[in-house]
Design a protein around this ligand. Structure first.
Ligand code: NAD
Ligand code: DAU
Length: 356
């Protein structure tokens, strides 16, 4: 479908900024209006090279601020909304869930209401496979898998998805939900596994593995996720859910050992710490519906993507230093206190599991 003016929320974060970079590189004439609150995770540097792009407008604001959202929808004649804005980190949601409910649930409700009044022709909710909860050793999430979120973060995303569903059902509002597995790539805030471990290892610091390190995630390069969102926005059917994943399942210890190898660092840098509360065991996504209906498929192999990601963090040490300062250091100290380190028999148990 022809889209002229997109309101992108949370466009200064990891995935939103990749989506905007992709859109502005396309030959399309689409204008991008980026509404971002610039929380700790939002960084103007992520879009520095596009600051003066003729098809790009940045507005600092909050998706829970109805006046702000309504003004932007009308001033820029927005015909599509892509909602990336969120509190996105599970560990932070275990420390304090209030901002998660506020932004992820209330913010989505405000966006839905204002977008419905403005009669936008597409609303795409960027959601997560975490709303489905946890898998055992086998099986995959499909679109119809029952929602069973386990963390305050995933519960807030599931609540937002339910609102989107209800707006579509009750009002015929043209909404689409996408749900993706774990993303990696450049510009990811170093609180998540991959950027945290890469930047720590580059600085010869230890890497905190939760519990046994046997939990499994399905990794997808952020550029593949954003191509999927673009495909769903332009070619997806309103009322539908589309899943994206990289078909790349890895345990956290496999990832850790791969990073140690690629960065030529000793295994002594692994530090086993207390497990995440309610830690989901395994995520794995069956994305065949998206492949079939959207003509999309993941293109970046994990081997290629991880090397490029390491290279990016190595080459962008100023970006890393800037982000790993101030409040970040307080968060890190709180989250990874020394007394969290597993010692003696618990550490041996975790280490032996890694080679089981
Ligand atoms: P991120 O934390 O890197 O970025 C979030 C962005 O939203 C930041 O720029 C922040 O400033 C902005 N923001 C937060 N609260 C806001 C508010 N109230 N108003 C306006 N802007 C606000 O997150 P991310 O990893 O880029 O994730 C983006 C979206 O994708 C989220 O909705 C997340 O749930 C979803 N998702 C993420 C992953 C992943 O692996 N990272 C996977 C699947 C889905
Ligand atoms: O599946 C999609 C989700 O992926 C997104 O919705 C979330 O926004 C995104 O943060 C991500 O959630 P995870 O919890 O899977 O990602 P995270 O990088 O926090 O953790 C990945 C795995 O690594 C998980 O099993 C926990 C583990 N881990 C994480 C950190 C930060 C560690 O062992 N040590 C750590 O320090």
């Amino acid at each position: 479908m022809l889209i002229q003016n997109i309101l992108v929320t949370g466009g200064c974060g990891f995935i939103g900024s990749e989506f905007i970079r992709q859109q502005l590189r396309l030959p399309e004439t689409t204008t991008i209006v980026n509404l971002d609150k610039l929380t700790y995770a939002g960084n103007l540097e992520n879009l520095a090279t596009f600051r003066s792009h003729p098809r790009y407008v940045f507005h600092r604001g909050d998706i829970t601020d109805r006046d702000c959202v309504e003004t932007l929808l009308s001033r820029y004649a927005i015909d599509a909304v892509v909602n990336f804005a969120a509190e996105s980190h599970v560990d932070r949601s275990l420390q304090n869930s209030a901002p998660f409910v506020n932004t992820n649930v209330v913010g989505t409700q405000v966006l839905l209401d204002a977008s419905r009044n403005a009669k936008v022709s597409r609303f795409l909710q960027v959601s997560t496979d975490e709303v489905y909860g946890s898998l055992g050793a086998t099986g995959f999430f499909v679109e119809e898998t029952s929602i069973a979120p386990n963390s305050p973060y995933s519960a807030s995303k599931a609540a937002a998805d339910m609102l989107v569903r209800a707006y579509q059902h009750s009002f015929g509002f043209p909404a689409i939900i996408t749900r993706c597995s774990d993303n990696y790539g450049p510009y990811q805030f170093p609180e998540k596994l991959l950027p945290l471990f890469i930047t720590n290892l580059l600085a010869n610091q230890s890497v905190p593995v939760y519990g046994s390190g046997q939990n499994v995630r399905d990794w997808i390069h952020v550029s593949d996720h954003c191509r999927g969102i673009d495909a769903a926005l332009r070619h997806g059917r309103p009322g539908e859910i589309y899943l994206f994943g990289g078909r790349t399942e890895k345990t956290n210890l496999e990832i850790t050992h791969l990073l140690l190898k690629l960065l030529d660092k000793p295994t002594a840098l692994i530090r086993y710490v207390a497990d995440r509360l309610g830690h989901d065991n395994r995520y794995a996504v069956d994305c065949s519906k998206s492949e079939r209906e959207l003509g999309w498929r993941p293109e970046v192999t994990f081997e290629q993507g991880i090397q490029e990601t390491i290279d990016w963090y190595r080459q962008n040490s100023a970006w890393v230093a800037n982000v790993k300062s101030g409040d970040y250091l307080d968060y890190y100290a709180r989250q990874y206190r020394q007394d969290n380190t597993l010692t003696g028999s618990s550490a041996k148990c975790a280490a032996s599991l890694s080679f089981a």
